[in-house]
Design a protein around this ligand. Structure first.
Ligand SMILES: *[C@@H]1O[C@H](CO)[C@@H](O)[C@H](O)[C@H]1NC(C)=O
Ligand SMILES: *[C@@H]1O[C@H](CO)[C@@H](O)[C@H](O)[C@H]1NC(C)=O
Ligand SMILES: *[C@@H]1O[C@H](CO)[C@@H](O)[C@H](O)[C@H]1NC(C)=O
Length: 461
């Protein structure tokens, strides 16, 4: 009897100390018990909403995948896809670097998931994207880069209230494509807010095939097409002198496409063929349409809208009732979850505002910056990104610390890279598309790991 009582007291004590000692043992309302079709895993997942504007009932949807091993010792990494208006859940988490990929009714493991190295937080932003919604649909109008950065920062602050254990954690922001606009602006806002109190422990940002400076990024498309045999010498000349791509996009978004530009673009489109995937020009097979996240960079009307891949497993999966329930997600004001929002009305001309100068401010403030390029992408080609980073280093007076050289993943060349000073680097990922972790998962994971650790990429195998 006494023995039993003592044992009971001991148990209570043990339980009490477990609760105090570790927040993560208690049940969290946003914890996902299991996603439909998911294999057994050891890490924890959470998803749900954070309200960023109470008046308009604006809520952003997130999905957190904790690190596979020892999450308490690993950094927090926010991942953002581009568009603007495309989903980090559908594109980033379920097609690129998340732990699972939909396959029929089931989910299969991605062996190169980024949660091997970090706690991954995927955010559907801005409002109107994916499961993120507002009751007041004026919230979807005239959304711009600045408003997006503001709601992202409010999201994170309030998200920390749900997950206080991550408040002091090293924070990195990563993403691709139009996130070349989102990420520097969000990081800059964080640094401004940190001046009063240190709220964000921001250590670095990494951006894949990012739009950093409109004209340089877009106009490198001509050279990419030409050097990969997609257009002829004479069309290259037209596409670089008569009407370049930045001029075309500029005219397009002002509803004033000149006859000259229309003619040049027709010629370019005819030669490149609609049946080549612009996100990976050398792949035989198409990339699923879910990965087409460059709404602004490749506007419709270029007759590139044809989709030669019919099956979108992620779209099917994320629209299942049981999946919505498991994710704690709701469809508000929309009938379906879409890869890229149809209700968001984004200020598309924001694409013309350069963000490379903001990247410079971040480097000077001691934030580690990596710009990387999937080298098979013609949408935001490597040449533009490489020259922008090089130019920035020169402007900042930074010297090359690692000269342009190949880096290795396993026994093969994973790509090329160059490092400037301690904080700024550029890398290519060999054989990778616009969505590098989708097409080169192992090389992408290796680059990600070395970025987080602040280590140089392997020089030999
Ligand atoms: C906003 O919602 C109202 C009421 O549901 C609807 O009548 C209106 O057309 C919506 N506006 C937009 C821009 O979607
Ligand atoms: C692109 O065209 C615009 C407008 O004609 C011009 O100002 C700009 O210099 C061109 N850029 C390149 C890289 O050719
Ligand atoms: C870069 O190299 C030059 C020449 O070696 C040197 O004078 C300068 O101090 C270096 N700058 C930095 C920031 O290290």
């Amino acid at each position: 009897m006494a023995m039993a009582l003592r044992l009971q007291r001991l148990m209570v004590l043990v339980l009490a100390s477990m609760v105090v000692g570790s927040v993560s043992l208690s049940h969290h309302p946003d914890e996902i018990s299991r996603l439909p079709g998911q294999p057994h895993v050891s890490f924890r997942q959470f998803s749900g909403y954070v309200t960023v504007d109470h008046k308009k009932h604006t809520s952003l949807f997130y999905y957190l995948v904790e690190a596979e091993t020892d999450p308490a010792s690993k950094p927090l990494v926010l991942w953002l896809n581009g568009g603007p208006g495309c989903s980090s859940l559908g594109v980033g988490a379920f097609s690129e670097n998340g732990p699972f990929r939909p396959n029929g009714k089931n989910l299969v493991r991605n062996g190169y998931s980024w949660n091997r190295e970090a706690n991954m937080l995927y955010l559907e932003t801005p409002v109107g994207v994916g499961f993120s919604y507002s009751i007041d649909n004026s919230s979807y109008l005239a959304v711009d880069d600045e408003a997006t950065a503001r709601s992202n920062v409010v999201f994170l602050q309030r998200w920390f209230n749900k997950f206080p254990q991550y408040r002091q954690r090293d924070l990195f922001i990563t993403g691709e494509s139009y996130a070349g606009h989102y990420i520097p602006q969000l990081a800059k806002l964080m640094l401004q807010m940190n001046r009063k109190h240190r709220i964000f422990h921001l250590k670095g940002i990494a951006m894949g095939n990012p739009v950093l400076e409109f004209a340089t990024d877009l106009n490198s498309r001509a050279e990419y097409f030409w050097s990969h045999g997609l257009i002829s010498d004479s069309t290259y000349k037209l596409f670089t002198s008569a009407c370049n791509y930045s001029r075309y996009v500029s005219e397009y978004y002002r509803d004033s496409v000149s006859n000259l530009c229309a003619d040049v673009m027709n010629q370019v489109t005819t030669e490149t063929s609609r049946f080549v995937d612009k996100y990976d020009v050398t792949l035989d097979v198409c990339i699923p349409s879910i990965l087409s996240q460059s709404k602004v960079i490749s506007p419709k009307g270029l007759s590139e809208a044809i989709d030669v891949c019919v099956e979108d497993e992620t779209v099917n999966y994320l629209n299942r009732k049981d999946v919505l329930a498991a994710l704690h997600a709701r469809l508000v004001g929309v009938r379906r979850w879409e890869v890229c929002s149809n209700i968001l009305d984004y200020e598309v001309l924001n694409i013309e505002k350069p963000t490379i100068s903001i990247v410079g401010l971040l480097v000077k403030a001691g934030i580690r910056v990596l710009v990387y390029s999937g080298d098979q992408d013609s949408v935001v080609p490597l040449m533009g990104s490489r020259s922008l980073v090089h130019r920035l280093a020169r402007q900042l007076g930074m010297n090359t610390t690692v000269p342009y050289r190949a880096w290795f993943a396993g026994k093969q060349v994973g790509g090329w890279n160059q490092v400037y000073g301690e904080m700024l680097s550029f890398a290519t990922i060999r054989g990778a598309s616009h969505e590098a972790p989708f097409s080169q998962p192992e090389r992408s994971l290796m680059l990600f790991k070395s970025f987080l650790e602040g280590k140089h990429l392997p020089e030999v195998f």
